[in-house]
Design a binder for this molecule. Structure first.
Ligand code: BJW
Length: 238
């Protein structure tokens, strides 16, 4: 096994406080497109039109249709070895474990992860634009206040769910190790969490096939896909 992977494995075995930050790359091997890779969603679709309030107000049907398509992709996809390894790591950890995800596909939960903090919402639920009621059916008009229902995700320029992000920041401040997997680490405020961990004295481990904004700051950079690398960090994989 690669010496760096072996070293990180030892560190994880000796710690009782782990945080993980995941991004779209963790679901790539489940067949879900990332955003900023050359074949990613933002190469084909406009974030301004599809992932902003202005885009929704201009053309709600188009935005809802795009999210319905992505919800279908997510619900028919299966968790991969990376998701499963992170669920196993949570089981093995005797102290605190937080899985902070920017992903909206729910694959971590379907793999068995329990303490999942969805900082960018999810594709499964809809939320009323006015009264913020959350529903899992597909009504277009809120039955409570007649506001427009929209996907329960966080678009550009929108605040992240406050309680969820506060818990993520707390985990970043208090963990001994943060694993950062499958994210370009470009979208704030989530991208700031590994720097918080570092500032508070924690170790930052990046898992990614490509270098990112974070690579030069991480203590360990494990180069490879998450479905390949993450299983090596837990359990008995040699
Ligand atoms: C693999 C792999 C494999 C491949 N294994 N790895 C200038 C202009 C406008 C805005 C801003 C600005 N400067 C800063 C901002 C703020 C903005 C921001 O950060 N923008 C940057 C892009 C510059 N942030 C916001 O707007 C946030 N809100 C905010 O700041 O609010 C302030 C506020 C406060 C108070 C009141 C009101 C407002 C909100 C950000 C929301 C992001 N939303 C999205 C869409 C979610 C819904 C949806 O899914 O449609 O979230 S955008 C998209 O990016 C999505 C992701 O969660 C997020 C991060 O992407 P991620 O996950 O990192 O994916 P990629 O594609 O970028 O990277 C994939 C990685 O995987 C790569 O590194 C690959 O190498 C790797 N990979 N295969 C492992 N097999």
């Amino acid at each position: 096994m690669d010496a760096q992977i072996e070293r990180v494995r030892e560190i994880l075995r000796g710690t009782t406080s782990i945080a993980v930050l995941t991004g779209a790359g963790v679901s790539a091997e489940s067949g879900i497109a990332t955003f900023r890779d050359p074949d990613g969603l933002w190469a084909k679709f406009s974030p301004r039109e599809l992932a902003s309030m202005d885009g929704f107000l201009a053309n709600p049907e188009r935005v809802r249709e795009w999210y319905a398509y992505r919800k279908n992709v997510a619900t028919t996809a299966q968790p991969n070895a990376g998701h499963i390894a992170l669920a196993a790591l949570e089981q093995q950890t005797t102290g605190s474990f937080s899985l902070i995800t920017q992903n909206v596909d729910r694959l971590h939960q379907r793999a068995g992860s329990r303490n999942v903090l969805e900082v960018h919402g999810n594709l499964i639920e809809n939320r009323c634009n006015d009264c913020e009621t959350i529903r899992t059916d597909d009504v277009l008009i809120c039955p409570d206040c007649s506001g427009a229902m929209r996907p329960n995700v966080v678009w550009f320029g929108e605040e992240l769910p406050q309680d969820v992000f506060a818990a993520a920041e707390q985990a970043a401040m208090t963990c001994d190790v943060m694993i950062v997997a499958g994210t370009s680490a470009e979208v704030y405020p989530a991208a700031g969490l590994p720097y918080t961990t570092k500032r508070y004295g924690g170790i930052v481990v990046e898992v990614n096939p490509n270098r990112t904004e974070l690579s030069s700051e991480a203590h360990y950079v494990l180069t490879g896909t998450s479905a390949h690398i993450l299983p090596h960090l837990v359990g008995d994989v040699q």
